[in-house]
Design a protein around this ligand. Structure first.
Ligand SMILES: Nc1nc2c(ncn2[C@@H]2O[C@H](COP(=O)(O)OP(=O)(O)OP(=O)(O)O)[C@@H](O)[C@H]2O)c(=O)[nH]1
Ligand SMILES: [Mg+2]
Length: 238
């Protein structure tokens, strides 16, 4: 079984090399086959050169670079999935925020039969670390609202870090091209009855580069996702 790790990147020159280095070294010691697919949206810094140089030297790393314009984090994840081969997909962010050692645990749970496994900062033993307090409050509250409104049982659907079966992604119609793709995928997977679980993770706020996440714009956008409550199942499917 192959796992494709998809990483959206935009102006991550301070993180890209270290992240790829850590991932390549770690995947060597993990069981199963891994490929790493980085998707860069026309970064104006050295990210494309770093990715290209790394991919040229490492067969397990491929990258999609210099897409026209800045198409958004969600669209980068979709593109990366299209250009990858694994039966299991794991989304990892390009700013060294995610706890990479959780990947084998996520992949194992998918092997055990779960369709989607969330890395959760807000469950027991998870931690939002040094994440901005307002961001942590809003993202954990948003998940609580989705627990109430949709009956979703997991504790963190805004964290993009998660793994799932490729077949799940192929069967769900994803509309959001930005950060809202993370809660969208979770809500739709739940409404379509996919089996979900979570593993605790510790989050670290980026040390290099700038956040692309615009908090108030995204809160408003996330609230519009509640409309899926009124969709027919057929409208959620690809
Ligand atoms: N390819 C691509 N990647 C993007 C785009 N926007 C954001 N990203 C990447 O998506 C990941 C998450 O973006 P961040 O800016 O870290 O967002 P965030 O984690 O919510 O914000 P912070 O908490 O400040 O880190 C990073 O790897 C970004 O480089 C985009 O338009 N295209
Ligand atoms: Mg980040």
């Amino acid at each position: 079984m192959k796992t494709s790790i998809i990483i959206p990147m935009c102006n991550e020159e301070g993180n890209a090399h270290r992240l790829l280095e850590e991932l390549v070294n770690k995947t060597r010691s993990w069981t199963g086959a891994y490929e790493i697919v980085a998707v860069d949206d026309n970064s104006t810094d050295k990210t494309p050169e770093i990715l290209k140089e790394y991919a040229d030297k490492n067969p397990s790393v491929s990258c999609v670079i210099k897409r026209d314009g800045k198409k958004g984090m969600g669209s980068a994840l979709v593109e990366g999935m299209k250009r990858s081969l694994g039966e299991t997909i794991v989304w990892v962010m390009g700013d060294l925020s995610d706890d990479l050692d959780k990947i084998p645990e996520i992949v194992k749970k998918i092997g055990d039969g779960y369709d989607i496994v969330f890395a959760s900062r807000y469950m027991k033993d998870g931690s939002s670390g040094d994440l901005d307090r307002l961001k942590a409050f809003l993202s954990s509250r948003f998940t609580v609202f989705t627990n109430i409104l949709f009956g979703i049982k997991v504790h963190d659907i805004t964290n993009a870090f998660r793994g799932f079966k490729r077949t799940l992604a192929e069967k769900i119609k994803l509309e959001n091209t930005d950060f809202a793709i993370s809660p969208e995928l979770a809500i739709k997977a739940h409404l379509l009855g996919y089996k979900m679980t979570e593993v605790p993770c510790s989050y670290k706020t980026r040390k290099a580069g700038k956040a692309k996440f615009k908090i108030f714009r995204m809160v408003m956008k996330y609230l519009t996702l509640f409309r899926y409550r009124f969709y027919k199942k057929e409208d959620l499917k690809a």
